[in-house]
Design a protein around this ligand. Sequence first.
Ligand SMILES: C[S@@+](CC[C@H](N)C(=O)[O-])C[C@H]1O[C@@H](n2cnc3c(N)ncnc32)[C@H](O)[C@@H]1O
Length: 506
Amino acid sequence: MSNSSPAILPSTDRADVTARLRDALLAASFTADGLLELLGAPAYAALARSETVPALRATRGDTPLETLVRLLLLQQPVPHARVAGVLPVDACVDAGWLLRTGEDEVAATVDVRPYGGPGGEDWFIVSDLGCAVGGAGGIGSPEEDVVLGVGGASTTLAGITVRTPVGSALDLGTGSGIQALHAAQHATRVTATDVNPRALHITALTLALSGAPAADLRPGSLFEPVRDDETYDLIVSNPPFVISPGARLTYRDGGMGGDDLCRALVQQAGERLNQGGFAQFLANWQHVEGEDWQDRLRSWVPRGCDAWIVQREVQDVMQYAELWLRDAGDHRRDAAEYQARYDAWLDEFEARKVRAVGFGWIALHRTDAAEPSITVEEWPHPVEQPLGDTVRAHFDRIDYLRAHDDAALLAGHFRLAAEVVQEQVGLPGAEDPEHVVLRQNRGMRRATRVDTVGAGFAGVCDGTLTAGRILDAIAQLVGEDPVMLRDRTPAQIRLLVEQGFLEPAR
Ligand SMILES: C[S@@+](CC[C@H](N)C(=O)[O-])C[C@H]1O[C@@H](n2cnc3c(N)ncnc32)[C@H](O)[C@@H]1O
């Protein structure tokens, strides 16, 4: 496969042109809301799946917005005169955003896609042509250094990231710059790194075109671009986590063998974090024969850090190989080549005794606590994004629990979290439920089984009485020895607090 860059890129030195382009895009309502209105929800959703036919049908007119959708999203050549009515076309050609194609036509050199920020900001994500969403499967022959736009993994990471104001943030493997763009809203200083120089160039374009402050852009692998004396309040990375037989596509294949790249990232992040800082990653990990996957992940957590690791999905090795073969568009090319690549993937897994691959989130919080807390769990159910506040609250509760022994817990006050409901599960018509479940309707949307004491306790928690007083009252009601109840219930309270059903009230 060729190693060369797919195309020329717009200049990062023409701030004047970038600003004029941004103004023109906004004036034509080339925004997430504008697109939704023009295309309608189904065609807009189809576009997000890399399907362009519905959008082509919806942009047969010649309004400024239709012109921009054809030019920048659908990457069609458009008559020069038509573009001139919408954009400073000659300046854009001069600065490399557009290219003269036929006699009287121009075409885009990069994909420019509107992206709505969490506060309603109108942002733009720049990426290589044909690589706006999903994988590189949409383009004819993916080059090694293509830079992808926003995919599901990008928005997942952006959604789970803790967004408290911080001094410094590091986006490792910045790609199109989406994580750096989010971080620029709440970090005074943003450093973005990538092993692919094209990605750094594209990140500079994304930030400038979105009207965000520039980031400190540094080339290099993993933490190499970070100086020994540099530490951060926030580190985020949506790394090239794909476990594959060889480094083929820089945006996804870490090239370190197995899940070594993810492990190295997590292990090395600890010493790069300031005290109180967070590091958040997406990752894939191997399920190896004869090994507990949770132990594997626990062993990655660096010293001084609490960790919360959530496995969101597990795929067997065949599903996994097929997923990434399709991502690269291999299924649409030569059948023999497809089979050879599939075979190589299975050989690789066989050699490593890998039976399945887990996908999920890894969050570290540097506390330097003497007894770090490491939670590794499986939660494949739907959650409510954004989860940044939920992640921060999880670590706050872990701190609280560490600082409170059982006696202190019983002297504490708790409040039932918002939107927790009780469900009774049992056979229809039965007098008593078989069991009672507490369910969160927000955040992680967890559900947990409780006994009658747990359910009664949670129901009374409004912050007024101490946990001990509530238990004494329950003991009287159910005719149980209050001392016994105080003895056996703290473990259940701990779990309800850890999982966010109960919140410390004061
Ligand atoms: C999956 S993309 C993520 C891009 C973007 N941050 C996002 O969230 O959409 C992974 C990025 O990591 C970069 N990368 C690959 N290997 C790397 C390494 N060893 N060190 C740093 N970055 C790397 C790739 O070039 C690519 O831009």
